[in-house]
Design a binder for this molecule. Structure first.
Ligand SMILES: [Fe+2]
Ligand SMILES: [Fe+2]
Length: 182
C-alpha cells in the first residue's frame, strides 16, 4: 500500500491512516535537513544591511554561544529570522511555531516577541512607538527577551565580527529538531 484509498478524508480506513501516520513520522525525521536548507536560503533574502540574513543569523547564534547560552538558545538564535522570506509580516511567530515542539516555553516566548522588542532600536525613526514592548513589563520573560535583542540580535549586523559558519551549528540543529515529541 503506497497510497490511500480515499478522495475525501471522511472515507479513510484504519489502514489508510496507519500508513499516513508512518509517512508523517518519516517526514518529521527530515525536519533538520529542511531547517538547514531554509537557513542556507537566507543568504538570498532581505537586502540593504551590511551582511545578509544568513550571516546575521549565524552571528546572532555565535554571540549567543559566546554569552554562555545553552544549545537550545543557540539554535533559537540561529533560526529566529528563518521566517523572513515566507512570513515577512509575522516572522517572529513563524520561528516560534517552528521551535515550539522542541524547546522551553521561555524560549518560544522570547522568539515570538523578539520582533516587537527589537523595534525598540528603530521604531522611533520611522514613526513608530519604540516603547511598544513596555506592555510586557513585569512578564517573567521580559528581561530575557530584552537581553536577546540587546546582546545577540540587534548587535549582529557587523561584517567584522568573527562569525561561525553554518556547518558549525549543524550538529546542534540536528539535536534540537530530532527530539521525539510524540
Ligand atoms: Fe527578527
Ligand atoms: Fe534578527
Amino acid at each position: 500500500m503506497t497510497e490511500v484509498s480515499f478522495t475525501q478524508m471522511k472515507d479513510g480506513t484504519q489502514a489508510d491512516y496507519q500508513m499516513l501516520e508512518q509517512l508523517e513520522t518519516d517526514h518529521i525525521q527530515g525536519l533538520p535537513d529542511r531547517v538547514m536548507t531554509a537557513l542556507a536560503a537566507l543568504s538570498n533574502g532581505l537586502a540593504g544591511y551590511k551582511i545578509d540574513r544568513l550571516q546575521h543569523s549565524l552571528q546572532t547564534a555565535t554571540r549567543a554561544q559566546a554569552d554562555g547560552a545553552s544549545i537550545d538558545w543557540i539554535v533559537a538564535a540561529l533560526v529566529h529570522d528563518i521566517g523572513d522570506d515566507l512570513a515577512p509580516l509575522s516572522h517572529s511567530e513563524f520561528a516560534a511555531a517552528l521551535l515550539k515542539p522542541f524547546v522551553s516555553e521561555e524560549i518560544v516566548w522570547v522568539i515570538e516577541k523578539h520582533g516587537l522588542f527589537q523595534a525598540y532600536y528603530y521604531a522611533h525613526h520611522i514613526g513608530g512607538d519604540r516603547h511598544a514592548r513596555d506592555k510586557y513589563k513585569g512578564h517573567p520573560h521580559y528581561e530575557r527577551c530584552a537581553h536577546f535583542c540587546e546582546v545577540w540580535d540587534q548587535a549582529s549586523f557587523d561584517p567584522a565580527y568573527p562569525t561561525r559558519p553554518l556547518e558549525y551549528f549543524e550538529p546542534m540543529v540536528r539535536e534540537v529538531f530530532s527530539r521525539s515529541m510524540r
